[in-house]
Design a protein around this ligand. Structure first.
Ligand SMILES: [Cu+2]
Length: 68
C-alpha cells in the first residue's frame, strides 16, 4: 500500500474535489482519496493493480495534472 500526496494546482473549489474523488475512486486499487482544496493537494492511497503513473494519467485526463 502506498500513500502519496500530489500537488494539483488546478483545484479551485469543492466541486473539483468531488470530481477528483469520484474519478480516482473508480480506479481499481485506489483505497482512499483525500483532497485538500486550500492546499490544492490530492492524497491518494493505492495498491496493485493501481500505480502512481495510473493515478497521474487519470489526473491529467480529468484536467487536474499533478506537479512534480
Ligand atoms: Cu472547482
Amino acid at each position: 500500500m502506498t500513500t502519496k500526496t500530489f500537488k494539483t494546482p488546478a483545484i479551485h473549489c469543492h466541486h473539483c474535489a468531488m470530481t477528483i474523488k469520484a474519478e480516482l475512486s473508480d480506479l481499481v486499487g485506489v483505497e482512499s482519496v483525500l483532497v485538500n482544496v486550500e492546499e490544492k493537494t490530492t492524497e491518494v492511497t493505492f495498491d496493485q493493480p493501481a500505480t502512481e503513473s495510473d493515478v497521474r494519467s487519470l489526473l491529467d485526463e480529468i484536467g487536474y495534472p499533478a506537479e512534480a
